[in-house]
Design a protein around this ligand. Structure first.
Ligand code: FMN
Length: 197
């Protein structure tokens, strides 16, 4: 038996290879709960994923957290929070397409919206709320006035596709940064929870 076959047989024997592919979300993180809440996010490099987990942490961990690429079934949830990272002024195609396809499920259930953007490392103003929330996510989810937040994000060269990294590095003074704050994400989670009580 070669090393590869040995390893595979060994892992199968202890059940590690029996994990189904669709269990890569955070439905059971940090603990299994029969929750009414889900957070759906779109990301390229993970900032919006961390924002989502920290929003849930602010809600004492009651929300299941899904990357839109998992194509989750959100029909069983009563309350949704939806957000995503921004590239070229909009969220990912996957998130936009998901929201267009599941309009009926998302409609009337969305309790919070958020965007994660670089904003040239400048403080967020009403302009970002108008562009990213009112004119983008609120329309995609057909939401009225609900708690919304624009977070500043981060740049991590090693997580970027090589061509994107090259394109970004061509901008003057562009360097890695990290402006996402866990405390702000948690605070937003608390605000949403309060708004439905
Ligand atoms: C190719 C590219 C395009 C971007 N476009 C914008 C943009 O239009 N506006 C903005 O404020 N930030 C922009 N950013 C910054 C991202 O929104 C920021 O890095 C964010 O944290 C990415 O989130 P993610 O890690 O979840 O993908 C861009 C970043 C990249 C790499």
């Amino acid at each position: 038996m070669n090393k590869r076959t040995f390893l595979k047989t060994g892992l199968s024997a202890i059940g590690l290879l029996a994990i189904p592919n669709n269990l890569w979300g955070m439905e059971f993180f940090p603990t299994t709960k029969n929750t009414e809440w889900a957070i759906l996010y779109g990301t390229w490099c993970g900032t919006a994923r961390d924002a989502s987990v920290w929003i849930s942490e602010g809600m004492d961990g009651i929300a299941d957290v899904f990357d839109v690429r998992e194509n989750p079934d959100l029909s069983k949830y009563k309350h949704l929070i939806i957000g995503g990272a921004i590239r070229s002024g909009v969220t990912s195609n996957e998130l936009q397409e998901y929201l267009a396809k599941h309009k009926e499920i998302v409609k009337n259930k969305t309790r919070g919206l958020f965007a994660v953007c670089g904003n040239m490392r400048q403080p967020v103003t009403q302009e970002q709320y108008k562009n990213l929330i009112d004119n983008h996510l609120a329309q995609l989810t057909t939401s009225g006035k609900i708690p919304s937040k624009v977070f500043l994000g981060r740049i991590t060269w090693g997580l970027m596709e090589p061509d994107v990294q090259k394109q970004m590095k061509a901008f003057p003074n562009m360097e890695e940064y990290d402006n996402l704050k866990r405390s702000e994400c948690m605070e937003f989670g608390k605000e949403i929870l309060k708004s439905v009580k």
